[in-house]
Design a protein around this ligand. Sequence first.
Ligand code: SAH
Length: 239
Amino acid sequence: MRIDVFTIFPGLVDDFASESLLGRARQQGMLDIRVHDVRQETSDVHHRVDDSPFGGGAGMVMIPEPIFAAVERVDPPRPLLYLGPAGRRLDQAYAHQLAALDGFSLLCGRYEGVDERVREHLVDAEVSIGDYVVSGGEVAAMVVLEAVGRLVPGVMGNDTSADDESFSDGLLEYPQYTRPADFRGWSVPEVLRSGDHAKVERWRRVQALRRTVAERPDLIEARGGITAQEQEMLAEFDR
Ligand code: SAH
């Protein structure tokens, strides 16, 4: 999968995507992440990428020329997604949709954002990481890279490990424990050490259900409630 990122801070994104899971996936050729410096496309001596807004007001706006020039020179994989608070909110379902593509591209804004003509005539869609404002699209692009990258087949060492994570079936994940079995007097639930795999499965399902009911009732509603079979499972464990 190829993902191109357009930014005026290429180092931020490139460094981030060089470590850990993404870095390994890049090295192994599973992810082709290319970061492009929009500032290199400027034609004036000062390498300006921003200017004051027509109509007045605070802050600066990214000018269209270098952004268009960078995208047209590279001809990156489409869709080209602009990171911005007005976009479709990223969630696990959207991440899966992006992970199913052969490639896509990301455009990071800075300052007050990009000239509207970039949104109208250059990008294909807008993606938001949530209802808050960050100072630049880079951190948002990194969120997209991580959420999508780990869903690309082969990127996570164990291919099944994305399957039972939070949101994969409309539920939050069950609690995880590792050694030691007893830490400061807090012990790991007995069932996890019982060796009864079917029971462990049921316990995990129950914990995922309980946690989701408690923390995110909206997710339970979205999946259409709790099934009769799940009700039965809930009754099997008192906590
Ligand atoms: N003036 C804009 C915010 C600009 S923030 C407004 O009020 O909508 C500067 C840049 O950060 C934006 O161009 C965008 O690329 C990025 N950004 C800010 N918040 C974001 C969010 N929630 N999701 C994705 N990108 C975001």
